[in-house]
Every structure is written in C-alpha cells, then in structure tokens.
Design a protein around this ligand. Structure first.
Ligand code: SD4
Length: 292
C-alpha cells in the first residue's frame, strides 16, 4: 500500500511513460491527463514495435491501432482499427468527451480524427517494422513469440491525490493479425476497466484470451467482492489459463490497483514486468506468473 498519486504501467516502456504521467500530475494535470500523456510517450517511441504507427503491421502490411481511456466515474472512450493517426489515445479521449458514443472503429474513427484536427500520417512502415515484416513474409506463419515481438502494449492505471482514478491502453495489436482484427485493448472491460469505488485494472498479451474472460472488468469485480489486487489478478490468470487450450504458448498479464493504493500484477508466463511510480520513485518490477 502506497500513498497516492500512484501510476502503474506495463513493460519496460512503462518507466518513461510513468515519468511523463508523474510530470503531468506535478504540473497540475488531472489523473486523466496523466494517463493520456503518459502513454503518448510510448506512442512516439520508435523502439516500440507494438504501440503506435511504428508498430508491426497486420498480414497485409498495414498498421492498425486500438486504444481506450477510462475515468473512475464510468466515462470512457475508445478507437479500434484506426489507421494513420499518431496518437490513438487522444482520439479515444475525444470520443469520450465530444461524442455520445464509447467506441469508433475503422474509417469512421479516422474521419472523426480528421474532423477533430488530428493530422494524418503517411501510411508507411517504420524501418524496424518493415524489416520484420519482410522477414515474416518469407514464411507468412504466425507464431507468437512470448514476450518479444508480440507483447509490448502499454496499459496504464493510476490514482490521483484526490482518490480519483483513470486508465489508458494503446497498441498496434498482434503482429501480422488478420486485417480487421481488433484486440482487447479498445474493449472496455477487457483491456481496461476503472471504477473509483473499487479500483482499476489493465491487460496486455494475447487479446483473444483476455476478451474471453472480460479480464479487466473481472479483476475490478473480484476486488469489489473483497479480493486484494494481487488475488484478483491471480484469479483472472487462472480463469484465462483454464479457458485456453494452448495456455503454455501464450502470454497475458494484468495490473491492478485498488482505491487504497494496494497494487497487484500477475501473468501467464514469466517475463512480464511493469513500472510502478509515485512522487518519489519509478521502478521496474518483475511480475510473478502462473507458469515458471
Ligand atoms: C492485443 N493485447 O491486441 C494486445 C496485444 C498486446 O503487447 O498486449 N501486446 O491483443
């Protein structure tokens, strides 16, 4: 248990993302601003091949982005299957704030982004993604490699000094997915869920397995029933493993935080890590896992 504000986010890139989020809070931003600005850092990170326009493409060679954002009062917004926009998280926030809807997808999401003044980027693969895609095309086989190329989504959850919570999640999704495939990240309750009365959760990993168990919503509901964030993450992973025939070959991980500032993390496989930040520290922690 730690004193708010607290920010948790997935993987190595969580450290610089948390740093931006904490800076945002320090300069007077809200927890919602913090989780938006935090993951925007990752959306710009050219090293990251799973978030933003530099991410790995689908099997047609096209990068399509998924993102969601949520406040602890239930307001939320998301975009799915969005092309050519550098900051899908900010489009998701606009969906939340400026439309009566929760989710926009594909061409409609792109048109909305244009209307909101987001610049469209040229549709061309980053050098890293292009190299990887050319290599993949030699066999065109989709074989997920745990923790490496397919699992770098950023999910971020946080609690502000005033106890208000928010979360964000943004990804280019699974590498070489079918064109049109949407993962868990833009689906409220799967990749992200936040409720000020209880806590928040976010997910990373093979989206199909996370959607099947409504992973993030499940964790928040387990916490509502009295489980700690750690117990709730472990129960969600157990449920996910039980529902996946190939659980030995997949990776999925969850982060959770409750309104008292307790935190939890758990993954299917070893190798999942996350960044935990507050006003005095921001450190990378290795998650425990179901398999060893
Ligand atoms: C998805 N959950 O689209 C995302 C992928 C991911 O790290 O987490 N990658 O299924």
């Amino acid at each position: 248990q730690r004193k708010a504000p607290l920010i948790l986010s997935t993987w190595n890139h969580g450290v610089p993302a948390n740093a931006t989020a904490l800076e945002t809070l320090k300069s007077g931003g809200s927890i919602l601003d913090a989780v938006e600005k935090g993951v925007m850092t990752t959306e710009l990170d050219l090293e990251n091949l799973s978030v933003g326009l530099q991410g790995l493409p689908d099997r047609e060679g096209i990068v399509t982005l998924d993102a969601s954002i949520m406040k602890g009062n239930g307001e939320c917004g998301s975009v799915a299957f969005l092309r050519q926009v550098r900051h899908p998280i900010s489009v998701a926030r606009k969906v939340m704030e400026d439309t009566p809807h929760v989710m926009l997808a594909g061409e409609g999401a792109r048109q909305f982004a244009i209307a909101q003044g987001f610049p469209l980027e040229k549709e061309e693969l980053s050098p890293g993604a292009k190299r990887a895609y050319e290599e993949w095309k030699k066999t065109s086989q989709y074989k997920p490699i745990i923790n490496i190329e397919n699992h770098d989504t950023i999910g971020m959850i946080g609690i502000g000094e005033d106890g208000k919570m928010a979360g964000s999640c943004t990804t280019s999704g699974l590498a070489y997915k079918m064109h049109g495939r949407v993962g868990d990240s833009p689906i409220i309750g799967a990749g992200l869920y936040v409720d000020d009365e209880v806590g928040a959760a976010t997910a990373t990993g093979l989206g199909e397995t996370i959607i099947r168990i409504c992973g993030s919503f499940l964790i928040v509901e387990l916490m509502r029933q009295g489980r700690s964030p750690q117990e709730a993450c472990e129960e969600a992973v157990r449920r996910l493993v039980a529902k996946s025939s190939n659980s030995k070959e997949i990776q999925a991980g969850f982060l959770a935080i409750n309104k008292d500032g307790e935190m939890g993390a758990f993954a299917v496989q070893p190798g999942f890590n996350y960044a935990q930040g507050d006003m005095s520290s921001n450190e990378l922690i290795d998650s425990k896992s179901y398999f060893n």
